[in-house]
Design a binder for this molecule. Structure first.
Ligand SMILES: *Cc1c(COP(=O)(O)O)cnc(C)c1O
Length: 386
């Protein structure tokens, strides 16, 4: 489907709402019926129409259609945030006694779901590097029912061989889910490679303005219906109509924003790589990246998120650098209009900081919609201070 058609027309039945160009926010909790027979039909199949906004809602449906089409998937569900999408994407496909294979260091709340919640129900998770298919094969058990991927990882950008993982999982009836937040559907289409469920946080690139949270799951009609009919409705973590409307507004400019932040990232990378105080840099589509060839096969772009290290990256030097920046805000998240910096050491007890461990030294940058020259001048003055 044409990207312009998806973003500007798909799902928008304007004749139904006064030919308004912007879709209405249908801020209604419930929907009325004329006959008992109609109501009965709605109870029997809540996916078939509008009954109650914990299930389906017309504003959210416009977003669902566009997000499914962007992923070339049959259907989509939209959640209040990405963590809720992860939870509802995993839960229906595991039961007591099952085994999950997950990439190591997945998004922190995915890992807490596996280690803190699912363990209560006797579901065990094995973490693997996931960079080679052999690591998945070695971790398989007779009771493995789920494989959790995040490619690229959002700190070190490690990637997994997606088509090979799908080929391993499918004949064994193992469900695969990928956190595709780093790429967004514009830069990676995991369903084409055989992955069952595609998750992304819409808080980042889809919303794009740091003013709403959101989460997305896309997949086949069968998988999405299975999630919707029990877990989605029971957990009740669907997006609100208003936030769905903000996400629709964000989607309109997704290609332009992604193109801008990707170009800016390239300029920032060129600057950092040439700077004498920079000790290393990670970006999946930079030729220096250890998995560059695999990343290039799977991804068509890499966006605005990158990680770099200072030479002699002590906690004190990293702190000075981050606090000297004037235009990069120090904050979690990414994908918005604003450039961000996030030092890994902020999440590490200073007594446990190990200056020989490169991971402890990670400084993650997100290049936003500012002019790249403006950002580079800021990086330059902050590097002078360390
Ligand atoms: C932010 C993020 C999430 C979680 O999304 P929320 O909308 O914050 O709940 C999941 N995965 C990755 C890679 C993220 O960056």
């Amino acid at each position: 489907m044409d990207l312009s058609y998806i973003l500007n027309e798909l799902g928008e039945e304007r004749a139904q709402y006064f030919n308004a160009v912007a879709p209405p926010i249908v801020q209604s909790s419930n929907f009325a019926f004329d006959t008992v027979a109609d109501l009965r039909r709605a109870f029997a199949d809540e996916m078939g129409g509008y009954l109650y906004s914990r299930g389906l809602n017309p504003t959210i449906d416009i977003l669902r259609k566009k997000l499914a089409a962007l992923d070339e998937a049959e259907d989509a569900l939209v959640f209040a945030n990405g963590a809720a999408a992860i939870f509802a994407g995993v839960l229906p496909f595991v039961k007591a006694g099952d085994h999950i294979i997950s990439v190591q260091q997945p998004y922190s709340w995915a890992q807490r779901t596996f280690d803190g919640i699912l363990t209560r129900y006797g579901i065990e998770t094995t973490y693997i590097a996931g960079t080679e298919i052999g690591q998945f094969e070695a971790a398989l058990r007779p009771n493995t029912t789920f494989i959790y991927l995040e490619s690229p990882n959002s700190w070190n950008f490690a990637v997994q061989p997606l088509a090979e993982v799908a080929a391993l999982a499918k004949p064994r009836g193992i469900v695969t889910l990928i956190d595709n937040s780093y790429c967004s559907p514009l830069h990676q289409r995991p369903h084409e490679l055989g992955i069952d469920l595609c998750m992304q946080t819409a808080t980042k690139y889809i919303g794009g303005h740091s003013d709403t949270l959101g989460g997305v799951l896309t997949g086949s009609h069968t998988h999405i219906r299975r999630i919707f009919e029990l877990d989605y409705l029971a957990i009740g973590s669907g997006v609100s109509p208003f936030n769905a409307w903000l996400l629709l507004r964000g989607l309109r400019t997704l290609p332009q924003r992604l193109a801008h932040v990707s170009r800016s990232a390239q300029e920032v990378i060129a600057f950092l790589k040439g700077h004498p105080k920079v000790g290393g840099l990670l970006y999946p589509l930079d030729p220096s990246f250890p998995q560059y060839e695999l990343a290039r096969r799977q991804m068509t772009g890499a966006g605005g998120l990158l990680t770099f290290l200072l030479k002699d990256g002590t906690c004190a030097r990293i702190t000075t650098f981050c606090e000297s920046l004037k235009h990069f805000l120090m904050a979690v998240s990414w994908g918005g209009h604003e450039s961000l910096v996030l030092p890994k050491c902020a999440g590490i007890d200073p007594a446990a900081f190990d200056a020989r461990n490169p991971e402890h030294q990670y400084i993650r940058l997100y290049t936003g919609l500012e002019d790249p020259g403006y950002l580079i001048r800021d990086l330059e003055q902050a590097l002078e201070k360390v």
